[in-house]
Design a protein around this ligand. Structure first.
Ligand code: BJW
Length: 233
């Protein structure tokens, strides 16, 4: 692979699958067991907050029992050793990139280990149970919600992401189905900027045809191989 100066990487649920975190749309994934409208929309939360808070409490508990895998660790190595600009954007709400050693991770769909207060709108670190309605550490109101981005809500830091896509020379998408916008459109933004585009996914995704190159297989194998290539120049 040629030398690059500015890389944007987008990760999705597939990169954490080998750590034991369920994806959304694969067979046996979260959306087979839970209705999106019930647990991943503001309307679902307004209708049945207990259901939604319980759903995210159980995912927070599960997160404490898993570890980063070789794909997360390879991206942390890339951050340490790549001499150019690197932006790691994840759609995942887990903290496995950080635990693997990536120091700067843009969580565009929020984080399981963060709470958003619907009264004072402050975001605060959170690693406990939310369904028992703990007070907001800032304003004390018992109005915390998961700090995650549901359908119909605006993902975080879009200006920063689009700015990076507009000047990158390589965009890499790892372990995402390409079914959810705006992330699914990043490959086209990067192409408009003249960037090379690479997909690393278990199987062809919905957006595979937009990528100049696609490699298929488990992230735990493909990502370390690709990082090795980039660092070798
Ligand atoms: C492996 C592997 C292994 C497995 N190795 N690979 C009509 C048209 C276009 C857009 C819309 C539309 N109607 C509505 C919209 C907008 C909507 C949307 O996209 N809807 C679609 C359903 C069409 N989007 C939104 O509402 C977003 N907001 C928005 O658009 O705001 C307006 C805006 C305008 C302009 C600019 C910017 C914004 C918000 C979307 C929020 C998504 N939220 C969720 C939940 C987050 C909290 C939580 O985790 O619970 O985010 S939904 C869920 O999907 C989660 C994920 O981040 C996201 C993407 O899933 P991901 O990561 O791709 O997982 P999977 O399971 O789908 O795929 C896994 C992949 O891994 C598969 O391909 C496997 O093969 C692979 N894999 N094992 C490698 N070992």
């Amino acid at each position: 692979m040629a030398e690059f100066e500015s890389i944007v990487i987008l990760t999705g649920a597939g990169i954490s699958a080998e750590s034991g975190i369920d994806t959304f749309r694969d067979a046996g994934g979260l959306w087979e067991r839970h209705r999106i409208e019930d647990v991943a929309t503001p309307e679902g939360f307004a209708r049945d907050p207990d259901l939604v808070l319980g759903f995210y409490d159980s995912r927070r508990e599960a997160l404490a029992k898993v570890e980063p895998n070789p794909a997360h660790r390879a991206l942390a190595r890339l951050e340490r050793e790549f001499p150019g600009d690197l932006l790691l954007v994840t759609q995942n709400v887990d903290d496995l990139h950080k635990r693997a050693g990536s120091s700067e991770v843009l969580h565009m769909h929020g984080e399981l280990l963060s709470a958003l207060c619907t009264s004072c709108e402050m975001r605060t670190p959170f690693d406990a149970t939310m369904s028992n309605r703990p007070p907001c550490p800032v304003c004390q109101a018992p109005t915390l919600r998961p700090d995650v981005v549901w359908f119909g809500e605006m993902p975080y830091q879009m200006d920063r992401i689009y700015a990076a896509l507009g000047k990158c020379d390589l965009f890499v998408s790892i372990g995402t189905s390409g079914a959810v916008y705006p992330a699914a459109g990043f490959v086209q933004e990067a192409r408009l900027a003249g960037a090379a585009t690479l997909e690393l996914n278990l199987e062809p995704s919905e957006g595979s045809h937009f990528f100049a190159e696609s490699r298929h297989g488990p992230a735990g194998q493909l990502v370390p191989e690709w990082v090795e290539e980039v660092l070798a120049g």
